[in-house]
Design a binder for this molecule. Structure first.
Ligand code: NAX
Length: 327
């Protein structure tokens, strides 16, 4: 048996974590031979709820669950962690402007970045889920000068999985036989779900669907799926978000299937003409714990315009919190 790895989770008593932690403890994220230590972090007022969740985890008697520790601050919670799942964030309150949301989360994620810098394992891999996820990841990374920006990622795998699921339903294909979907840009309604490179059973998708369905139904559906779920169930996506966290981390750490492309929010190196330094969702492949942007995809003018629009939103978000970022 391997040595256990340490996984920190913020917002650990929240809805996403309630689904996620059981999957992590059962080995769905890191494999059935990898024991885990869960370092669960919550707001001080939520510690009782967290204690209850920890009891339930213990009661499952998972063979891979080595230890659970509970923390009401990130400085203790991030101690020596190999993986950090940053799920807790300040939700948008009534009358709150987008700028206020960005600023209040900037404070939370600056502190988390500093704590990762000072207390986490030097090779820590970080996934930001709490919204606005891309810009929160940027803020955390900029506050962690001892870590590489490539260690910070944002979740767009839920958008990727939604695109795959909805396309499978529309074409009658099994999701397993759909590949090479790309989500470009921000985890927000400005994102661009791109099917130009996608395949069903190795044949191009665009030859098998109506262009008007793609533009008028599919794209807005993926962009607004989160809102549609809130309207239908009165609560935001939780189980599907947890599955996406599992998929993102699993692929990053253990590798993508041969030939497969997945979408991850990562620091831009300027590929495809995207502004350097912002956290933008790109097509990637992963191997040996590293991700690499898939280069050379042909981008037409129509697609380029959509990639630019979501890039512009991320630049605007970055500029709105610039005064809070260390130089
Ligand atoms: P919940 O409100 O159920 O849970 C959030 C938990 O985080 C709460 O228990 C709260 O006490 C805790 N928390 C807040 N600030 C904290 C901090 N500074 N340190 C530690 N804990 C903190 O929300 P949930 O449904 O779990 O969603 C969590 C976040 O994920 C939200 O920001 C949400 O917008 C975001 N999402 C992001 C998605 C993505 O694809 N990137 C999809 C799903 C989800 O909407």
């Amino acid at each position: 048996m391997r040595r256990p790895v340490r996984i920190a989770v913020t917002g650990a008593a929240g809805a996403i974590s309630n689904s996620l932690l059981f999957k992590v403890a059962s080995g769905e994220m890191l494999g059935k031979d990898q024991p885990v230590i869960l370092q669960l972090i919550e707001m001080p007022g939520r510690m009782e709820a967290l204690r209850g969740l920890a009891m339930e985890l213990e009661d499952c008697a998972y063979p891979l669950l080595h230890t659970i520790t509970l923390h009401d601050n990130v400085e203790d919670g991030f101690n020596n962690v190999h993986y950090a799942l940053l799920i807790g964030a300040r939700p948008r309150g009534a009358g709150m402007e987008r700028r206020d949301l960005l600023e209040s989360n900037a404070e939370i994620f600056s502190r988390q970045g500093r704590a990762l810098n000072d207390f986490a394992n030097r090779d820590v891999k970080v996934l930001v889920v709490g919204n606005p996820a891309n810009t929160n990841a940027l803020i955390a990374s900029r506050n962690a000068p001892k870590l590489s920006p490539s260690q910070f990622t944002a979740l767009t795998r839920l958008d990727h999985n939604r695109a795959k699921g909805i396309l499978a339903n529309h074409t009658g294909a099994n999701p397993r036989n759909i590949g090479r979907i790309v989500i470009w840009g921000n985890h927000s309604p400005s994102q661009f779900p791109d099917l130009h490179h996608a395949t069903v059973l190795d044949e191009p998708v665009m030859g098998q669907i109506d262009r008007s369905w793609y533009e008028e139904v599919f794209i807005p559906k993926i962009q607004n799926r989160g809102g549609e779920i809130i309207a239908a169930r009165g609560l935001s996506s939780a189980a599907s978000a947890a599955q996406a966290v599992i998929d993102h981390m699993h692929d990053w750490i253990l590798g993508t299937e041969p030939g497969e492309i997945v979408s991850m929010g990562i620091v831009s190196d300027g590929s495809y003409g995207v502004e350097k330094g912002i956290i933008y969702s790109f097509p990637v492949r992963c191997d040996y714990g590293r991700y690499q942007i898939v280069k050379g995809l042909e981008i037409g003018d129509w697609a380029r315009e959509r990639m630019k629009a979501t890039e512009a939103e991320l630049i605007e978000e970055r500029d709105a919190v610039q005064h809070l970022l260390p130089a």
